[in-house]
Design a protein around this ligand. Structure first.
Ligand code: ADP
Ligand code: MG
Length: 348
């Protein structure tokens, strides 16, 4: 087979881990990113720095590669769509456009008869007056949010003024779910009814940022099956190619809700690197590059802890790891508050 050169848009830790997985399959990677310090440049074969609307630099990138994928969803649709006219972009740009918009995403999920939190569009401050029923809730920007950014928990309408919210953007107001647990399901789809799916992963967040993921998730058989079935329906309906993650809420009455979909590999799936024969990253590469689908085998239970901000420091000081512990340093240039710096996976 001719050599495959994979283009990846985005150069964070997910891009790094995708590049590492590609290398294992003898696939070269070129990364395009708008951050000159992007950590993934240390792991890929070629790094191109440029803005996401820089046509010239993007053309150079397109020429290099055969297939293009992305490690984060906040890429302008126009950019992905233009690239797709020259080289195939997977997952398809239209899928990314749908999922990167919280309202369109939730409407889509509801049309499949899959439960989400209750939500309403907020285009201007006054819209909130009619939405008291959605409180307590969280106001979220419709686009560009991640790791809790662009989110405002609200208990009473009167709080709005002190929050200094920029109403030139659109928001959705989501009713707060009384959470019992959060889980995610990662699935890699290769074609019609052709997929590999990981078991549900149990997640805990701190300050709306993922802190810890583990398998097995402590959930009922009903939730186990329903979450997997919903993830399969979503992937099939989207005709998705590659790895996708569905984040779920479980409330105190054991109701399952889809929180959001990530059209990409996901932080909660980092433990698949050590706990399965094929990681979410390798599976993504296999699917977008039309390689063979390998049946998934679980090797171990596992727990992953994100190292956020300065939590990475002790691990960088030559800490002694046990045989069942795996430390990943994303090699980001600067330690910043709330920034994911690395993770540690323990096989249990
Ligand atoms: P992001 O795009 O930043 O990941 P999410 O919508 O997934 O945004 O929100 C991040 C976290 O905030 C969730 O994983 C959950 O812990 C909490 N959260 C968000 N929305 C709700 C909600 N409607 N009810 C309860 N908790 C929520
Ligand atoms: Mg989320």
């Amino acid at each position: 087979m001719a050599e495959i050169y994979l283009g990846i848009i985005g150069g964070g830790q997910l891009g790094s881990m995708l590049s590492v997985a590609a290398k294992k399959l003898n696939i070269k990677t070129a990364i395009y990113c708008d951050d000159i310090d992007a950590p993934a440049q240390k792991f890929c074969d070629e790094f191109i720095f440029g803005k996401y609307d820089d046509k010239e630099k993007i053309s150079k990138f397109i020429e290099k590669v055969n297939i293009i994928t992305y490690e984060f969803e906040n890429i302008p649709y126009e950019t992905l769509n233009e690239i797709n006219k020259k080289k195939s972009v997977l997952p398809k740009p239209s899928i990314n456009r749908l999922i990167q918009h919280r309202l369109a995403e939730k409407d889509f999920v509801n049309k499949l008869n899959i439960r989400t939190t209750r939500y309403a569009l907020v285009e201007k401050k006054e819209d909130l007056d009619a939405l008291k029923d959605f409180l307590p809730g969280i106001l979220k920007t419709t686009t560009m949010g991640y790791d809790g950014k662009g989110q405002y928990p609200i208990t009473k309408i009167e709080e709005i003024d002190s929050l200094k919210i920029d109403f030139s953007k659109n928001y959705i107001l989501e009713k707060l779910v009384k959470l019992k647990k959060e889980i995610s399901v990662i699935i890699t789809r290769f074609g019609i009814n052709k997929y590999e799916i990981y078991e549900p992963i149990e997640n805990t967040h701190e300050d709306q940022i993922l802190k810890c993921s583990k398998i097995p998730a402590e959930i009922s058989a009903e939730i186990f099956n329903q979450s997997k079935n919903w993830a399969i329906s979503i992937a099939e309906e989207l005709k998705y190619i590659g790895t996708l993650c569905v984040e779920f809420f479980i409330d105190r009455n054991e109701n399952l809700y889809v929180n959001e979909i990530a059209p990409r590999v996901h932080n909660s799936g980092h433990l698949t690197i050590n706990a399965f024969n094929v990681s979410q990253f390798e599976n993504h590469i296999r699917a977008v590059c039309s390689l063979e689908k390998v049946p998934l085998k679980k090797l171990s239970n596992a727990k992953m802890i994100n190292l956020i901000g300065s939590q990475i420091e002790p691990y960088r000081q030559n800490i002694q790891l046990k045989d069942n512990e795996f430390f990943f340093d994303y090699l980001k240039k600067e330690i910043k508050d709330k920034r994911k710096m690395g993770h540690i996976t323990t096989l249990i």
